[in-house]
Design a protein around this ligand. Structure first.
Ligand code: ZN
Length: 300
C-alpha cells in the first residue's frame, strides 16, 4: 500500500492569504516554508487513489503528484474518490473544485454527510455539475476501499466537535471528527491518519498502538500558542487540537508508540515548526518523531 502526503498545513495554509505573522511572511520569502492544506492520498489498488479530505488546494495537490495526474485517456483520472474525516471547511471546500468530474464518490460518516448536504447544500449546488455519490463510513467497522480486497479503512471516533456552520443542524449521529485507520490486507500493515486530535479516547489509543505508521495532528506546538499569537482567546486544547509539547502534549504519547514511523501534520502558520531550522525538529527527532513533508510517499 502506498500513501502520499499531499499537504501538511492547518486551516489557511502557510502562508495564509490575510496573515503577515512571522511564519507566513517567511513563507512568502522562502518557498521551502510553504505548506498546503493537510491531506493524504491512499492507493486502493493498482493506480486508483482516494484523497483523504478535499482541501481548497486539492487541484494543485493532484497536479503536483505524478501518480494522481490524469491520463492516458483524455478525461481518465486515477482519483477514484474522496474520504472525509470531518466536515470542516478546510477539509471539504475542495469538493466543488472537482466538479469537472462526471460524478464524485465521497465516503463519510452520517454527520459529515448531513452537514455537507444540509449545511453547505453541496448536493444541490454540485448536482448540475458532478453528482455526489455517497458511501457510509460507519464507526469502527472496516470498509473495503474502492470495493477491493487490498485496502480497508476504518473510522475511529476522535471527537463530537461540529464545524461552526453546522452549530444548529439536525444530523443523524455525532461522529463529527474521525481518525482513519488504513490497513493493507496483504501485508497486514496499517497507518493511522488523525489530522484533528481534540482528546485521546481509548479507541484512538488502540488504533495508534496497532499501527505501523501514524500521522497525527501537529497544529500547535504548545497550548498557549494561539492566544500568544493574538488571533484568539482560546488555548490549543480549547480549539480542539491537543498541542505537541507540554503537560498534555502529544509528543510524549507518540514517543512510546510501537509504530516505526511517527509524523506530525496539520501545522498552523503560528507553529514554530514551519521554520525548517527550528530547534523543535531536533527535539522531535530525538523522540523518533518527524514533521511530515509534502510529496513524501510511505509504503506499507
Ligand atoms: Zn500567519
Amino acid at each position: 500500500m502506498r500513501v502520499r502526503i499531499l499537504g501538511t498545513a492547518a486551516g489557511g495554509g502557510v502562508p495564509q492569504w490575510n496573515c503577515a505573522c512571522e511564519g507566513c511572511a517567511a513563507a512568502r520569502a522562502h518557498p521551502s516554508w510553504r505548506r498546503l492544506h493537510a491531506s493524504i492520498a491512499i492507493e486502493a489498488s493498482g493506480g486508483r487513489w482516494y484523497v483523504v479530505n478535499a482541501t481548497p488546494d486539492i487541484a494543485e495537490q493532484i497536479e503536483t503528484s505524478a501518480d494522481l495526474r490524469p491520463g492516458p485517456g483524455r478525461r481518465q483520472t486515477p482519483v477514484a474518490g474522496v474520504v472525509l474525516t470531518d466536515a470542516e471547511l478546510d477539509h471539504t471546500l475542495g469538493l466543488p473544485r472537482l466538479r469537472e468530474a462526471p460524478s464524485l464518490h465521497v465516503i463519510a460518516t452520517a454527520a459529515v454527510r448531513d452537514a455537507l448536504a444540509g449545511g453547505l447544500r453541496l448536493d444541490r449546488v454540485l448536482a448540475p455539475y458532478a453528482g455526489l455519490t455517497w458511501s457510509d463510513l460507519p464507526e469502527d467497522k472496516p470498509v473495503p476501499l474502492d470495493g477491493g480486497e487490498h485496502v480497508e479503512i476504518r473510522a475511529v471516533r476522535v471527537s463530537g466537535k461540529r464545524p461552526r456552520y453546522a452549530a444548529g443542524l439536525d444530523v443523524r449521529d455525532d461522529a463529527w471528527s474521525s481518525a482513519l485507520h488504513v490497513t493493507d490486507r496483504r501485508s497486514g500493515k496499517s497507518l493511522v491518519y488523525a489530522p484533528a486530535v481534540a482528546g485521546w479516547p481509548p479507541g484512538l489509543d488502540r488504533a495508534l498502538a496497532a499501527a505501523d505508521c501514524v500521522i497525527v495532528d501537529g497544529t500547535f506546538w504548545d497550548d498557549d500558542e494561539p492566544r500568544r499569537s493574538g488571533f484568539t482567546e482560546r488555548t490549543a486544547t480549547e480549539m480542539g487540537h491537543l498541542p505537541i509539547s507540554g503537560p498534555n502534549g502529544t509528543a510524549e504519547r507518540l514517543r512510546t508508540l510501537p509504530a516505526t514511523r511517527r509524523l506530525y501534520t496539520h501545522l498552523n502558520n503560528t507553529n514554530p515548526l514551519v521554520d525548517p531550522g527550528h530547534d523543535g525538529h531536533r527535539t522531535l527527532a530525538g523522540m523518533g518523531i518527524e514533521v511530515a513533508s509534502e510529496g513524501l510517499v510511505i509504503e506499507l
